[in-house]
Design a protein around this ligand. Sequence first.
Ligand SMILES: [Zn+2]
Length: 160
Amino acid sequence: MTNMSVCPGCLGRFADIEGPVHAYLKGSAGCWARFGQALALQYSDHRYWPAHQLLTDAYSLQHSRGDDPRARRSARIHLAALYAQIHLGQSEARLVALRKALSDPSLADLPTVWPVPSVSIAEIDISEPARHLHSVERFALAVLSDWSDHHSIAAQLCKV
Ligand SMILES: [Zn+2]
């Protein structure tokens, strides 16, 4: 039986493997590998692509924790981009521009009270494109809902 470990970013349980982790996103190697598997699918099969922006922003937001300035900047960028998609229905082109505008290091950071995660990508379906999109939508909605205390900041950030 595979040993499991808890990811410090999303509190999900993943295989306790040795492997690469992101430079500043807080995640276990097992969680990072699972995210990489979903990304590989999205990049190699266009039928999975519609879930890409939501998955990337939700996963990055969830794992942007701690005092590293890059993580704090990442939280600001991905919170706004997730909010822009779900609440404002903004296009992929607009999201790319928004993320770029918000990467300006002179902008104020979010408060450092990180929400307790309610979901993890362990629940994401990769068996088939429609089920994948549906499961990513559920995941992204839950992540944004975990961040509900910061929605007014997100709405402000989306005005850049
Ligand atoms: Zn994780």
